[in-house]
Write a protein that binds this ligand. Structure first.
Ligand SMILES: NC(=O)c1ccc[n+]([C@@H]2O[C@H](COP(=O)([O-])OP(=O)(O)OC[C@H]3O[C@@H](n4cnc5c(N)ncnc54)[C@H](O)[C@@H]3O)[C@@H](O)[C@H]2O)c1
Length: 483
């Protein structure tokens, strides 16, 4: 089939490339000419495992083309995907200006029947708005008779595993309207995804509004699981339980399942924070309230500060002269996406209180440099107190503690003895519960995970606190900490 995909970001580029891989002929459009130039030369401007070779292969085979002119893509397209951003507005509601701008351009330029598929995450009722926008632009050209249908096909891919999620989806949600072209739209979507449904039917057909709400409900549910476990972790800290044992204890229940039960420094990224807020706004606009989603968001806001709070608990509010080693900057592994990454809130707090930061991330350092310069515009715009280091070992040099922020594989089995011997004091604050507390303690490292503060760790932390308080200028030695 001939397909146009508007938006060459995480979702648009993956959609375009995977549809080309399935044999369709795809033109991918983006309004950013720099992005298009890179893509034309085979360079993928984002980090997504496996994507670049797939882009190159399909471009060489002439199934995947890039352009900044929508008109080029509309010439032959039977199906057009809208996959542009829907960033949060000040009040948390989704900014639909990009989506509606694309809809208007489509109405202004389309010249043949078209199925318009909304893949962006959009509030309930957006399909109707897209339809109105296209219809009014067609009317301005006296082309009201040109048939089109609007379909909702929300995307559930995860950054870092996007290709696999697209090619082997748990389900494909498709919402259809009841207009004159609904039958053709259903046929087109059936043909488009036929190869993904070969082994078993994954498509869940529904009406437009239900499809739009499904996306938000899915993200809110996943975010709620994370916030729930973070609350359990905080209680575990108080009662001397280990949240990791609790996670395994409840995740093995088939009614609960093991996914998204990891306590940590809170969720981030381009989806959960924005989609939970947008869902609350939708509820409010319809005279309703989503108490669980509100609590999910509140818990997350507090949880994002947990590492900064612990640092201040241990070292006091004045962090001048202190240096902290950070492992991980991206909001999760396998991506360079820094949108709403918990590392940003942490770094801001550390720098605001006078500390230096030495950070390493396997791939997100360039992206981090840009966003942190903005985040710290009022305190350290030149990033003189944030140092990006080429490897995980060098961030430890001269640092007062190691803070683990992103659970990259590279950080999962480090040389703990080298960590102990390099840090100014043997302290690991693990924001992702990567390590075994007892193993680290046996090696002489004070270890604080999230919800894993067993009695021994609490004792070590309290000794460290006392040692620091006794002489703030002198870093406690391992002997002091483990005395
Ligand atoms: N990133 C994810 O993991 C993910 C997962 C599921 C759903 N979504 C949703 O998918 C949508 C896109 O997200 P993303 O992360 O890919 O965004 P993104 O910001 O990475 O990419 C959006 C792209 O659209 C382009 N664009 C904006 N306006 C345009 C226009 N008028 N014409 C052509 N191009 C235009 C931008 O230049 C940009 O390249 C959002 O609604 C998001 O919530 C994202």
């Amino acid at each position: 089939m001939k397909v146009a995909v508007v938006g060459a970001g995480y979702v648009g580029l993956v959609t375009a490339t995977c549809l080309a891989e399935l044999g369709h002929e795809v033109v991918c459009v983006d309004s950013d000419p720099r992005k298009i130039e890179l893509l034309k030369s085979g360079v993928v401007p984002i980090h997504e495992p496996g994507l670049e070779p797939m882009v190159q292969r399909n471009s060489q085979d002439s199934r995947l083309h890039f352009t900044s002119r929508l008109r080029d893509a509309l010439e032959s397209a039977e199906v057009l995907f809208i996959a542009v951003g829907t960033p949060p507005q000040e009040d948390g509601s989704a900014d639909l200006s990009h989506v509606l701008a694309v809809a208007r351009q489509v109405g202004q330029q389309m010249s043949r029947p078209l199925v318009v598929v909304n893949k962006s995450t959009v509030p309930v009722g957006t399909a109707e708005q897209v339809e109105t926008e296209i219809r009014s632009a067609l009317a301005e050209r006296d082309r009201e008779a040109l048939p089109f249908a609007v379909v909702s096909n929300p995307e559930f891919l995860k950054e870092g595993a996007a290709i696999d999620d697209f090619m082997r989806p748990d389900r494909i949600v498709i919402g259809l309207g009841d207009g004159a072209m609904a039958g053709q739209a259903r046929d087109a979507m059936t043909r488009l995804y036929a190869s993904l449904n070969r082994h078993h039917e994954r498509t869940v057909w529904m009406d437009l509004r239900s499809a739009e709400l499904s996306k938000y409900a899915a993200n809110a549910m996943l975010a709620a699981r994370i916030s729930f476990m973070n609350e359990v972790a905080n209680l575990a800290d108080r009662v001397g339980a280990d949240v990791d044992a609790v996670r395994r204890g409840i995740g093995s229940d088939s009614r609960i399942g093991p996914s998204f039960l990891y306590a940590g420094t809170g969720y981030g990224g381009s989806c959960f924070p924005k989609d939970t807020r947008a869902l609350m706004q939708t509820a409010m606009h319809h005279g309703s309230q989503m108490h669980l989603v509100e609590a999910t968001e509140r818990v997350n806001q507090t949880q994002r500060q947990i590492l900064a709070r612990r640092v201040k608990d241990l070292f006091g509010p004045n962090l001048a002269g202190r240096t902290f080693a950070l492992w991980g900057l991206a909001f999760k592994p396998q991506t360079d996406d820094m949108r709403e990454a918990p590392s940003r809130a942490l770094i801001r707090q550390l720098v605001l209180h006078g500390a230096r930061v030495q950070a390493h991330d396997p791939i997100a350092m360039e992206a981090a440099r840009t966003v942190l310069a903005e985040d710290l515009a009022d305190v350290d715009p030149q990033l003189q107190r944030v140092h990006f280091m080429a490897d995980a070992a060098s961030v430890l040099q001269g640092a007062d503690a190691l803070l683990v922020v992103t659970e990259w594989k590279q950080f999962q089995n480090p040389d703990f003895e080298a960590i102990r011997d390099t840090l100014r004091q043997p302290l690991v604050l693990d924001g992702r519960n990567l390590y075994d507390p007892l193993h680290l303690q046996r090696l002489g490292l004070a270890y604080l995970g999230i919800g894993r503060r067993n009695a021994l760790a609490a004792q070590i932390a309290s000794r460290l606190r006392t040692a620091v308080a006794a002489d703030g200028s002198t870093a406690p030695t391992p002997a002091m900490v483990h005395a």
